[in-house]
Design a protein around this ligand. Structure first.
Ligand code: SF4
Length: 351
């Protein structure tokens, strides 16, 4: 795939755009003012591979917590602000690396103050357009915003901020359905060279949200569109990060951690593939080195898959299994014994 060469934008210590690695974002769901809880969640997310974190700023005490949070984390922090210019200004003063606003929600005077301070502090601004909160004059009498309307709103905001001589921008267009999101991004990508943050908003639960996000984000990435991604799930945000990585790994855009390859099982299966694969997926969730581990029910496809994997467990007789490493069989034995050996090998991966 050929990625669109968007403008390079800096977010704290990370650069995005122009073919640089696509970065994974997530958002905390703790009260931002509760520094201890928020830092703990961000640390868990960092550990899972989150590279940019967004926190919502609904009140002054949340804005005032930013400095303390930032002192204890390692990834750039984005402050998400709606309607209040005061909160946006306080978030920037507190050291936010980027702010996410919908410029249409702020009075002109307030927007000018925000943009002036962001420029002075040399931080970026994400223009976040959501299909559910478009300007009334763009929406007209329609109940549902179209992709064209979303792009019109985004480009109007871009103009508004560019007219204030600010060009350090990222854009996001969010809609809860896949087709509208895809169309809006394809249109937007033709109109602007700023980096684009991708996501299907309010995508749903872990199950349905993962599917919708994989299709929507995956399709756009394959078209070369998108510089950062967020998988929105009604679930633990750590899951958002893990799903995000799976999307990028599947498209061979990034490498990180273990890729589990497991067969769907059939009547030939000699070992409990479903249980083992699930167990290994959990065990390796925070492993960093990019390696493939295969869990295969029998030798039919198991040996071939094992040869292509760093580690493999392959069923080879009733409750018997083979342990393979770097394509070679290194042990044969009872399923439980081989699984134990495999776990020992997994423990060595990041060492
Ligand atoms: Fe069936 Fe063996 Fe293929 Fe698994 S690897 S699906 S057990 S034939």
């Amino acid at each position: 795939m050929v990625r669109k060469k968007t403008k390079i934008i800096k977010i704290g210590n990370i650069k995005i755009g122009k073919g640089l690695p696509i970065r994974i974002q997530s958002m905390t769901n703790t009260p931002t003012w509760d520094v201890k809880k928020t830092v703990k969640q961000i640390k868990d997310l960092e550990n899972a591979g989150c590279e940019i974190i967004r926190v919502s700023i609904p009140d002054l005490k949340s804005a005032q917590a930013i400095k303390k949070i930032k002192e204890q984390i390692n990834i750039p922090l984005v402050a998400d602000i709606h309607f209040s210019g005061e909160l946006a200004l306080e978030a920037i003063r507190q050291g936010a690396d980027k702010i996410r606003i919908n410029p249409g929600n702020f009075p002109k005077k307030s927007l000018k103050e925000i943009v002036t301070l962001a420029k002075k502090k040399n931080i970026s601004i994400r223009i976040g357009i959501n299909s559910g909160s478009l300007e009334k004059d763009i929406l007209g009498k329609r109940k549902k915003a179209t992709a064209e309307m979303m792009v019109k709103s985004a480009m109007r905001s871009v103009k508004l901020i560019e007219n204030l001589d600010f060009h350090n921008l990222v854009i996001s267009l969010k809609a809860p359905d896949v087709l509208r999101t895809i169309k809006a991004h394809e249109l937007l990508s033709k109109k602007t060279n700023y980096p684009i943050h991708l996501g299907i908003t309010e995508a749903g639960t872990y199950f349905s949200g993962t599917i919708k996000s994989s299709i929507g984000i995956g399709y756009l990435l394959l078209k070369g569109i998108g510089d950062t991604i967020r998988v929105s799930l009604s679930a633990d945000p750590v899951k958002e990060v893990l799903v995000g990585w799976e999307i990028l790994k599947s498209l061979e855009l990034r490498e990180r951690g273990v890729k589990i390859v497991s067969c769907p099982t059939c009547s030939r299966s000699k070992i409990n593939v479903i249980k083992i694969a699930k167990e290994l997926e959990e065990l390796t969730a925070s492993t960093k080195k990019p390696v493939k581990i295969a869990v295969m029910g029998c030798v039919v496809n198991g040996l071939g898959e094992g040869k292509e994997s760093f580690l493999a467990i392959v069923g080879s007789g009733d409750s018997l299994a083979l342990l393979m490493k770097k394509g070679k069989i290194i042990k044969k034995g009872e399923e439980a014994e081989i699984l134990k050996e495999l776990k020992k090998e997994i423990a060595k991966i990041d060492k």
